[in-house]
Write a protein that binds this ligand. Structure first.
Ligand SMILES: Cc1ncc(COP(=O)(O)O)c(C=O)c1O
Length: 263
């Protein structure tokens, strides 16, 4: 399904998931950003984006994003992921009945929330949880899509297929075009008239999107992103070894950490 923006893609993915499951609840995560329309803003976690804009949409529940970098100190990524999956399963008893949940929406790499990467094991476990309870798994690829992570979709790094995914941003090189991609039986659940609009799929934006995709392919932007990430990643890892752990929490208490950060 074509849309005009990322937020519109998110709105429609939720509507499609609700129609496919005949359920209403949606699970989302802290530190997330999904856009500025009413459902997308409700799903967004960061308070600065929502100030005085409520009341927000009902039936939205939130779990802590599995942020190993910030909160998994001393734990391996896999152990941390298992602990967070335990929280997800506990939520089935004390947050929301999973049999009422239509969708779980997550950014595989959070953008506005601080470039936090979801652990692979967590996403695998999320897929298992969704399969167990008949929940639609939605990956918001609006920011991660189209070569940003060295792949067309960040989900390719995880080997996990979502039921629905949302796209926009780079797709039109600045012209407004987005998309919801989904499994056929899920997309077909949307009743005639419930999704769509005046401008989605207009020829100018579609031409821009096709030209953009060809350009990205021609320049092999996926390889470029992979090479850049190696150069930058190596440098940042060296820096990380030098900088005290307090740096992660922005506690600049000691002179030593100030000095190292400046260096
Ligand atoms: C992950 C994610 N989802 C949705 C959106 C909303 O996209 P748009 O600004 O095109 O509505 C954004 C925008 O930054 C985003 O990063």
């Amino acid at each position: 399904m074509l849309t005009n923006t990322g937020a519109e893609s998110v709105e429609n993915a939720i509507k499609i998931a609700r129609q496919a499951t005949k359920r209403s609840a949606v699970l989302c995560f802290t530190e997330s950003f999904h856009g500025r329309t009413m459902m997308a803003m409700t799903l967004t976690s960061k308070i600065d984006y929502k100030l005085d804009c409520g009341p927000f949409a009902p039936e939205v529940y939130r779990l802590p994003f599995p942020n190993h970098y910030h909160y998994g100190i001393g734990m391996t990524e896999d152990d941390f992921a298992e602990l967070q999956l335990q929280r997800l399963h506990d939520a089935a008893h004390n947050l929301v009945n999973p049999n009422n949940v239509a969708a779980i929406i997550i950014e595989l790499v959070q953008g506005e929330g601080g470039f936090n990467i979801a652990p692979k094991r967590y996403i695998e476990g999320l897929r298992e949880f969704c399969d167990e309870f008949g929940i639609m798994l939605i990956f918001d690829e609006v920011q991660t899509g189209f070569c940003r992570t060295g792949k067309w979709a960040a989900s390719e790094h995880y080997g996990v297929t979502p039921d629905l995914s949302t796209w926009a941003k780079s797709l039109g090189s600045g012209l407004p075009i987005g998309a919801v991609i989904g499994k056929q039986e899920v997309m077909d659940a949307a009743a005639v008239g419930t999704i769509g609009g005046t401008f989605p799929g207009n020829p100018v934006c579609c031409a821009a999107a096709i030209a953009t995709l060809n350009y990205m392919e021609g320049l092999d932007l996926n390889s470029r992103a992979t090479n850049l990430s190696k150069i930058i990643g190596d440098r940042l890892l060296k820096l990380q070894k030098k900088v005290p752990i307090d740096w992660r929490y922005k506690k600049f208490g000691s002179d030593a950490s100030h000095r190292v950060c400046r260096e």
